[in-house]
Design a protein around this ligand. Structure first.
Ligand code: AMP
Ligand code: MG
Length: 310
């Protein structure tokens, strides 16, 4: 199969017609690029698992075109509705009791479903025109680094999907925050752009495993091929070491990638996966990642680095 990279405009109509045929297409979101397929078609969703080589035990996030789809897909509590009202469209995924309309392949057979509404204008335009929800995990092969631009998607899925809609680089650059909405508490399953402090304004929040064998929640994920370690004060250990820098000058390293020259954690998140990919492609024998401050979105960046190092 030839994979075409199309621009918004013509690309939107083409994406919608492929979705309607039950085929997956790669679309930009504000977090990372997603591989989208009709969420209500088990066959279309199966194509997503196949293209990504993703195990069927790892459930997909459902992206809805508008708020009125929320109660058709899930059973939102008042707390869930308040979160949706505040943070949607945006980088927050809610795990809620599912409705029967959702195919089992999407939820990995569980009685909960993960839902989000993207703020990306191109993604929103495709969903409006398609008029149905899509299931869209990150557009990378399973266990690899999430793509934050169309070229990354091509390097992961070229020849496996019909098209990539190029919406430019992703604003946030790391995956959505995932929250399991409990009766009066919020369980953070994956830290992300919506921070713990943002959530605490609504209910007490705590970190905890989802209790399902979802690889997004496993220790090792988001992995470069090159060995990666995290250090507070990075020092090269050999001639072919690379540095993923937060504040270090890069001196002594064969190659250095700087996450933010102004010490901005949001900018660092947006640059993280591109920088990891460039280091991974440089033929190094070790990548040393400098530890970042763990407040705000820094907590989510460090969680991704720990998974890359595991
Ligand atoms: P992604 O590859 O970014 O789409 O990540 C999807 C992740 O969302 C999965 O790997 C799970 O960790 C999480 N997820 C999706 N659905 C559920 C669910 N019903 N319950 C708990 N976690 C979920
Ligand atoms: Mg993923």
């Amino acid at each position: 199969m030839r994979t075409r990279i199309l621009q918004p405009g013509d690309g939107v109509a083409e994406a919608v017609s492929l979705l309607a045929e039950g085929l997956p297409v790669a679309l930009p979101t504000e977090t990372v690029y997603g591989l989208a397929a009709d969420a209500l078609s088990p066959g279309a969703c199966a194509c997503v698992f196949e293209a990504k080589e993703r195990p069927l035990s790892d459930p997909l996030i459902v992206h809805i075109p508008s708020l009125d789809w929320l109660s058709r897909i899930a059973a939102p509590s008042p707390l869930a509705l308040a979160l949706a009202e505040r943070f949607w469209p945006g980088p927050l995924t809610l795990v809620l009791p599912r409705q029967a309309l959702v195919p089992d392949i999407v939820t990995a057979g569980q009685d909960t479903v993960a839902i989000r509404m993207s703020a990306h204008p191109v993604f929103a335009e495709v969903l409006q025109a398609f008029g149905r929800p899509v299931a869209a995990p990150s557009a990378n092969r399973f266990g690899r680094i999430s793509p934050t631009c169309a070229a990354h998607v091509a390097s992961e899925l070229d020849g496996r999907i019909a098209m990539i809609l190029d919406g430019g680089p992703c604003t946030h650059g790391i995956e959505s925050t995932i929250v399991h909405v409990l009766p009066n508490r919020l369980q953070i399953l994956r830290p992300g752009p919506i921070t713990e402090d943002d959530l605490r304004a609504f209910a007490p929040a705590f970190h905890g495993p989802s209790g399902i064998a979802a690889p997004g929640g496993l220790k090792s994920h988001y992995a470069p091929r090159t060995k990666l370690v995290i250090e507070r004060s990075p020092k090269p250990k050999g001639a072919r070491n690379g540095l993923l820098s937060w504040s270090h000058t890069g001196e002594g390293f064969l190659q250095a990638e700087f996450l933010s020259c102004s010490g901005d954690l949001r900018e660092a998140a947006a640059n993280l996966y591109g920088a990891m990919r460039r280091l991974d492609e440089a033929g190094l024998d070790l990548i040393i990642a400098e530890a970042l401050p763990e407040y705000g979105i820094g907590a989510a960046i460090m969680e991704r680095l720990r998974k890359a190092a595991a």
